[in-house]
Design a protein around this ligand. Structure first.
Ligand SMILES: [Zn+2]
Length: 312
């Protein structure tokens, strides 16, 4: 086993790359643009070249490298096969084999970006010390990554962890990004919290600082911290809905912990005041003791997790 490993986090506009030692200490970190033209066929060659250039720059031989892990924004199965990533122009093919060939036969492992970020948080972030956890990313949408006994749960077509699309509310007139109605991310993402806030404000004239400025997840939780009653009502509803979704997830996969990340998690531990009590109310008793923690690696979770893919 070589003493280095590369972790690659492929995004829609940039590719984040990291060089790690096998203990997970980052040695170098850099980015290249994601060139999506021509059905994304430049993307993997660009990544391979960036890795080779870094090896040349640092005098690293192929035998010093244990492998390259990559997280991609699309469904990836346990064998490193991607099932279409329209965002990148990609169809169905083996990322693992293609990138390995471009790197002269180096070991490559591939995973879905949300699952890979969960693995990163387990290795070096908010999930340290746990081997079965669910990472919940509360951003523009709600994403999820599931690790059971140290391994990513991939499912038959790489579509596990789509917890943002658990059905929560019947009769929702608006449409989710997925085309359905009443999905968790319509209420628990940053945009979802703003939706809850706008609906609450429209209900009556109750005084709240939220009437004075932009409505966002941040403004809601800032107001919560200042004791604003209406903002607290909104946070209660957010916590109730999110907890319903997480209790469903727990009933299926029985995690030791939920690691909460994404932009909304910047609100900090106050989030747990609104999530955990509802979670305990709804969850099957066997999963009642699951811990809640905050993600710690931010945008670097993907490169850490990708590196860990090779070492798991
Ligand atoms: Zn949906």
């Amino acid at each position: 086993m070589g003493k280095y490993v590369f972790g690659v986090d492929l995004g829609g506009t940039t590719v984040k790359m990291g060089l790690f030692d096998t203990d997970g200490n980052v040695q170098d970190k850099w980015e290249i643009p994601t060139r999506k033209q021509d059905a994304g066929k430049l993307i993997l060659p660009d990544i391979a070249e960036a890795i080779k250039n870094k090896m040349a720059e640092k005098n690293i031989e192929a035998s010093d490298v244990t492998g390259v892990g990559i997280g991609v924004p699309g469904p990836v199965d346990g064998a490193g096969m991607i099932y279409k990533a329209p965002n990148l122009g990609w169809g169905v093919f083996s990322i693992k084999d293609t990138l390995s060939e471009l790197l002269g036969g180096m070991i490559v492992e591939a995973g879905n970006d949300a699952n890979v970020a969960a693995l990163g948080e387990m290795w070096r972030g908010g999930g340290k010390g746990y081997s079965s956890l669910v990472m919940v990313t509360l951003g523009t949408g709600v994403g999820g990554g599931i690790i059971i006994n140290g391994k990513i749960l991939t499912g038959s077509t790489g579509a596990t962890g789509e917890i943002g699309h658990i059905h929560i509310v019947d009769g929702e007139p608006e449409t989710c990004g997925c085309g359905k109605h009443g999905c968790l991310e319509m209420y628990a993402s940053a945009t979802g919290i703003a939706r809850l806030a706008n609906r609450r404000l429209a209900k009556d004239d109750a005084p709240t600082v939220l009437r004075n400025g932009d409505i966002s997840a941040k403004s809601v939780f800032d107001a919560v911290k200042n004791g604003d009653k209406v903002a607290i009502e909104i946070a209660e509803q957010f916590g109730d809905y999110l907890a319903k979704g997480l209790a469903s997830v727990a009933a299926a996969v029985n995690p030791e912990a939920f690691v909460i990340g994404g932009g909304v998690s910047k609100a900090g531990p106050v989030l747990f005041d609104y999530i955990v009590k509802y979670y305990r109310e709804y969850v099957f008793h066997g999963s009642a003791d699951a811990k809640f923690t905050l993600a710690e690696l931010g945008n670097d979770a993907g490169i850490y997790g990708a590196a860990k893919l090779v070492l798991s």
